[in-house]
Design a binder for this molecule. Structure first.
Ligand code: HEM
Length: 179
């Protein structure tokens, strides 16, 4: 994962828990905690940090990753406003993640670790985002989608029955807009 993701995780922990807790987390994992935005660091380091944050704060990992996804979205939107300004509504925005936003991310960063999304329009205006990634960060994807919904001031319901953590080869994230 890119250093920018670690930078934003650090920001979230420091703003919610304080600098001392972040320092304790780094210390117990014997990590220096210096991450350059555009450099890549092992995914295992991110997972170790998340496990340790969960252990030190008592927040279960899944909840933590979901919250982090929402925070990550707001921070990415601030750092890269040009990617989120161009779409008029949430569904158009979500449809642009794979072919526009992450494509731009590939131009900006060397070898980013990105998921692949396939899209399908379902009945009642629901949007299916089929998530494929060896990192299996579907809960992070859920949080990012919730973060986007909040930016677009749109209330949504997310369905996530088909899941790579239940033995499926991918995850089906179904977004329904609550009118
Ligand atoms: C709802 C919108 C979005 C969704 C669902 C989404 C999904 C994801 C997920 C799940 C990952 C983790 C990697 C993986 O699962 O394989 C990821 C990574 C990433 N995404 Fe997105 N993303 C969204 C919007 C954005 C935006 C607006 C940016 C702005 C630049 C962005 C930039 C990145 C970057 C930099 C990474 C990390 C790449 C790396 O560490 O190598 N994404 N995205």
């Amino acid at each position: 994962m890119k250093g920018v993701v670690f930078n934003i995780l650090e920001e979230m922990v420091i703003s919610n828990e304080g600098m001392q807790v972040w320092n304790n987390i780094l210390q117990s994992q014997q990590l220096e905690g210096i991450y350059t935005a555009g450099d890549s660091y092992p995914d295992s380091e991110l997972f170790a940090l998340v496990n340790e944050i969960s252990a030190q704060t008592g927040v279960p990992c899944e909840k933590l990753i979901g919250h982090f996804g929402e925070f990550l979205f707001s921070q990415l939107a601030e750092r890269f406003p040009m990617f989120v300004d161009s779409k008029s509504d949430l569904i158009a925005f979500l449809r642009s993640v794979d072919s526009v936003i992450h494509l731009e991310v590939k131009k900006l960063f060397t070898d980013p670790s990105l998921p692949r999304f396939e899209y399908e329009d379902l009945s009642d205006g629901r949007l299916l985002m089929r998530y494929h990634s060896p990192r299996r960060l579907c809960i992070l994807a859920e949080g990012l989608i919730r973060g986007a919904a909040s930016l677009y001031k749109t209330e949504i319901e997310l369905e996530h029955e088909v899941c790579c953590h239940k033995g499926d080869s991918h995850c089906d994230l179904i977004v329904r807009i609550i009118e």
